[in-house]
Structures are given as structure tokens and as C-alpha cells.
Design a protein around this ligand. Sequence first.
Ligand code: ADP
Length: 171
Amino acid sequence: MLHTELGDITKVGDVDAIVNAANKSLMGGGGVDGAIHRAAGPELLEETEKLGGCETGDAKISSGYNLPVAHVIHTVGPIWHGGDESEEALLANCYRRSLEVAVEHGFRTIAFPSISTGVYAFPVDQAATIAVDTVRAVTAEDPDAFEMIKWVLFDEETKAAYDKALRSGTE
Ligand code: ADP
């Protein structure tokens, strides 16, 4: 049920929602956020600028417009400041809140990017462990809620970190 693939999340069409690693303004930006806004088209920004921003660790939903998916869940990862500013807990909140929003909308299949490990500089091995542990914890609480959750990763090194995190632990 949990797996990884190498690729561009803006091309993913086999899930109910993709997750965007957004920033607090929800006005678009660089990295995966910029790619999602470009692929979705200007209507996405028209919607997200009305959402009133988003706190770090929280998540909000929009339509997908020209994306191959119907919905985008926008979450705001923490900026890495060395690890003493609750970055780990905030990153875990991103995964937890994104999945809560998904459940509220009846979504059963979700694709995540590697939240915070680009411009926000979260160490990728640590981020992958938190991502996998949090998704496992949430799905263990409600085993029937999701059919498939995957990470769509942009480069081999990031994919290797998530694959390693998935191999370790209980599953
Ligand atoms: P953050 O600001 O949360 O660090 P970034 O977008 O800078 O977000 O980076 C998060 C991860 O998303 C990085 O691993 C980056 O390589 C990756 N990424 C960038 N574009 C895409 C894309 N189109 N599809 C999937 N992942 C992407």
C-alpha cells in the first residue's frame, strides 16, 4: 500500500489527490510548488489566494484544474534551521494533516512529494523516516481509510532515502 516511484508529480493521474509542498502564502513558488501551479494553470492561483494562507504543518485543499488529478492538498513544510525548532514534529504534522484532509474528502489514493527536502533544506534521510513513520502511524489508526499512498520523487538519491525508510521498521 505504501510505495515510491521516480517521476514528476504533476504528471501523476492515478490518485484522488496529489500533495503540494507549498509555502505559507499559498501563492505558488519554486520547486514542486511552481511546477504544480504551472501545470494546473492560473485558475489554481485564483483559488489558493482565497484560502488565507496556511500555517507550517497544516494543509488545505483545492481543485486540480489542468492537472491530471482532481484535487491538490497544499501543505507547508518546515524550513530546516538545524533541528531545534520543532522541524521534525512540524514535518510529521504535514503528513498527518494532509491525510486528515484526504479522509474528510473521502480520498483513498494519495501521492506525496518529498516535503521540505528541496529549498527548505530538511535532511532527506531524516525527512524520509518521519514521512514513512507518520504515514504508517496514521494508516494503522484507520487501516481501511486508504487504498494506496505513494511518494513521487524527483531524483534517485531522494527515492533511495524513502525506499530505505520503507524497508526499515515494521512493515
Ligand atoms: P520545499 O520548499 O518543501 O523544500 P521543494 O519543491 O524545494 O520544496 O522540494 C521538495 C522536493 O520536491 C525536492 O526533492 C525536489 O527535487 C522535488 N521536486 C521538484 N519538482 C518536482 C516535481 N515536479 N515532482 C516531484 N518532485 C519534485
